[in-house]
Design a protein around this ligand. Structure first.
Ligand SMILES: [Zn+2]
Length: 133
């Protein structure tokens, strides 16, 4: 698995957001959070659902601490929507679940490296940690 701290690598693109993202990472660490294979298994199960639906097999899951708040799979063909990537759908679910578009203390697990569209959405949602593998 690859762990990506968005606040570091993308600092130059984020303007004033890096402090907010750093706060999210600190909150995750303070909570004793560490990446766990079980979290990725949730994303992998979603990827299997995509494969079963004849979609490109990509799955994503978002956790707040150890609580699962969103899980989704790629639905581009089913919805006839080029933006219906697993990460985008999961981010929308997570924002709805929390009642806040700022996902500053969440971690996103996804079965492949996010594309540029999804990377942009991850930054806009202030998700401090992305794990892919
Ligand atoms: Zn994408």
């Amino acid at each position: 698995m690859m762990i990506f701290f968005a606040h570091g690598a993308l600092r130059r693109y984020t303007g004033g957001m890096e402090n907010e993202m750093q706060d999210g990472v600190s909150a995750l660490r303070d909570a004793g959070w560490t990446p766990q294979e079980g979290f990725m298994r949730v994303a992998l199960r979603q990827a299997q659902r995509a494969a079963d639906a004849k979609e490109v097999p990509i799955g994503a899951a978002i956790f707040k601490g150890s609580r699962l708040i969103a899980q989704a799979y790629n639905q581009v063909e089913m919805l006839k929507d080029p933006t219906a990537h697993a990460e985008i759908i999961a981010i929308t679910q997570a924002a709805s679940a929390l009642g806040d578009w700022r996902l500053t203390d969440c971690a996103l697990y996804v079965t492949k490296e996010p594309c540029p569209m999804c990377a942009g959405a991850i930054i806009l949602a202030r998700i401090p940690m992305v794990v892919w593998g």
